[in-house]
Design a protein around this ligand. Structure first.
Ligand SMILES: *Cc1c(COP(=O)(O)O)cnc(C)c1O
Length: 240
């Protein structure tokens, strides 16, 4: 069922490739590892989120560089992001350095707060200006749209969903990483399946055992049939 689950998530997210994981948290961790976040780096993160986003950054040995959210959207404030990147960072060769700490800024992690996508047009533009990859924490945002685009198609390099029991749709527990770069998603799969090469228990990296179980995927497949119904209900709640 895992392969089937991944195919359905690709469809619902509007992305191209999907790797199912054991949780949203482990999906975030492996996504950051795959994008190249390493020890002592900084990852830009809105301060208003669930602890898992910051934990995943810490698992890489990196630290969150916290930014406030905008009052209207409760998501990462692009104006504040642009302002502080301009005043507090400098380019040194290939690396963007945070001047006050001397640390490398390695990625931006916007959070789609309570399922509502961040202002991605602005954030993607800023990310391009500074050549920063984006790993979006879309934990509760499967089925959501931004300017008519599904949440996995908003310009992030990787978008991570959670299928925990308190999200829009559940697999009992689980997560998923989606993206359009085949090689990057191949690396996510490799890292989340113990970085095993061939059939002889050779491993070429320190990998993780982050795969979704087949049982969770089966529950997820059944529940995903109701995604539209769940999102419709959430929209009604939001409007009333
Ligand atoms: C739920 C959630 C996570 C973590 O997902 P788990 O599947 O519980 O590990 C991460 N980020 C946000 C914003 C969440 O809401």
């Amino acid at each position: 069922f895992v392969t089937k689950f991944e195919e359905v998530v690709v469809e619902c997210s509007g992305s191209k490739f999907c790797v199912a994981t054991s949780a949203g948290t482990t999906g975030l961790h492996v996504a950051l590892e795959a994008i190249g976040v390493s020890r002592n780096d900084l990852v830009i993160l809105p301060s208003f989120t669930f602890i898992a986003s910051a934990n995943a950054i810490a698992y890489c040995g990196a630290s969150p560089w916290l930014f406030d959210v905008s009052e209207e959207s409760w998501t990462l404030d692009p104006a504040m992001l642009a302002r502080h990147l301009a005043s507090e960072t400098e380019q040194k060769g290939e690396e963007l350095i945070h001047k006050p700490t001397g640390k490398k800024v390695a990625a931006i992690m916007p959070v789609y707060t309570l399922g509502m996508p961040a202002n991605m047009d602005e954030i993607v533009k800023i990310a391009k200006d500074y050549n920063l990859p984006i790993v979006a924490d879309g934990a509760a945002a499967l089925g959501a749209t931004y300017k008519n685009n599904p949440s996995g198609k908003l310009g992030a390099d990787l978008t991570v969903y959670s299928f925990n029991g308190n999200k829009v749709v559940t697999a009992g527990g689980g997560g998923a990483v989606v993206g359009t770069n085949k090689n990057l998603l191949r690396l996510v799969r490799h890292l989340s399946t113990t970085a095993k090469v061939g059939e002889d228990y050779h491993h070429d990296k320190i990998g993780f055992n982050y795969r979704m179980t087949n049982i969770a995927a089966a529950v997820g497949c059944a529940q995903l049939e109701r995604l539209v119904e769940f999102v419709d209900k959430k929209r009604i709640i939001q409007e009333t």
